[in-house]
Design a protein around this ligand. Structure first.
Ligand code: NAP
Length: 278
């Protein structure tokens, strides 16, 4: 039986999701499954949701700016989607069920690099939708969490959590000394946005052995990661999280959790198509 899936967002042309899921469907021998991308705005979201069953769409992924906008349409919202859903399954009888697989994808990526939130002193740069989902996961395990945001008020939801400190981004230089896991969760350095860190000298204050992550995958090496590597730190770009979060979403769609071989097959396909590093 044919099963249709898609990713929705605005803009959507850049999305790598069709390449990822098409490879996963091929890897697991699911020729009846197909995946496409569709431009959907906040205004056209009700029409898209209303047409799901008639179009035979069994599930969909959600990207900017719809992760929060989709929540009111869910009949079941997993706690992981508290700050927005990225995966929705269209169930036969029970309606729409939504999750965010972003934190699971990021945590799995950390594990694959030999790191975790457990007992870590984590510094988040940024506190938008992606960061909030990760902070929610980190709060269960980390020793300390420092959130540096351009607008500190946007992090207030976490102010009462033990071990959490919220500061303006301008304080970054003084917050590196005890950090062993640094995560850029802003779009600074992303292709096409025209804004980047003006000064990366704060990275020189990181202790030896600190692991440095960027949620950005385009470009695969931001100036932030390049400088961290130059200083001798191990790094991870956003491609890992992008693929692993899709793997967890694939499990919601099909019941199959992709293994490392499937992950590597997807990574190789993206590398060939987009000249991303292997
Ligand atoms: P978002 O909700 O729009 O949040 C953006 C965050 O960056 C906010 O904290 C914002 O601060 C800050 N920011 C934006 N422009 C800034 C600037 N010029 N200077 C300083 N801070 C700035 O975005 P998001 O969905 O969380 O995404 C954040 C990044 O993660 C993006 O690069 C996105 O592509 C990436 N991402 C990657 C994956 C993956 O799978 N690899 C998944 C999700 C997101 P304010 O609070 O002050 O506005």
């Amino acid at each position: 039986m044919e099963k249709k899936y898609c990713v929705i967002g605005d803009p959507i042309a850049h999305s790598l999701s069709p390449d990822i899921y098409t490879e996963l469907f091929a890897h697991y021998g699911l020729p009846g499954c197909s995946y496409f991308k569709e431009q959907v705005t906040v205004q056209t979201l009700p029409e898209f949701i209303g047409g799901l069953r008639a179009r035979g769409i069994c599930g969909f992924n959600i990207t900017m700016p719809l992760k929060q906008a989709v929540l009111p349409y869910l009949n079941y919202m997993d706690p992981s989607a508290a700050y927005g859903a990225n995966t929705v399954v269209v169930e036969e009888t029970q309606g729409l069920a939504g999750w965010s697989t972003d934190a699971a994808g990021f945590v799995r990526s950390l594990h694959e690099h030999g790191h975790s939130f457990l007992d870590a002193d984590v510094v988040f740069i940024g506190c938008g939708g992606a960061a909030k989902t990760l902070i929610r996961a980190a709060a269960k395990e980390a020793r300390s969490i420092t959130i540096l945001n351009r607008t500190p008020d946007h992090a207030q939801a976490f102010a009462s959590l033990p071990g959490v400190k919220i500061l303006p981004l301008s304080n970054i230089g003084s917050q590196m000394n005890s950090c062993n896991l640094l995560i850029n969760a802003t779009p600074l350095g992303m292709s096409g946005i025209g804004a980047d860190f003006e000064d990366l000298s704060f990275l020189a204050k990181l202790p030896e052995g600190a692991f440095v992550c960027d949620l950005i995958y385009d470009p695969p090496m931001t100036a932030f990661l390049t400088e961290a590597e130059r200083l001798g730190h191990a790094t991870m770009n956003g491609l890992w999280m992008l693929i692993w979060q899709a793997c967890y979403a694939f499990e919601k769609f099909t019941g199959i959790m992709p293994d490392l071989a499937a992950f590597n097959a997807v990574k190789a396909v993206l590398g060939r198509q987009r000249q991303l590093p292997q």
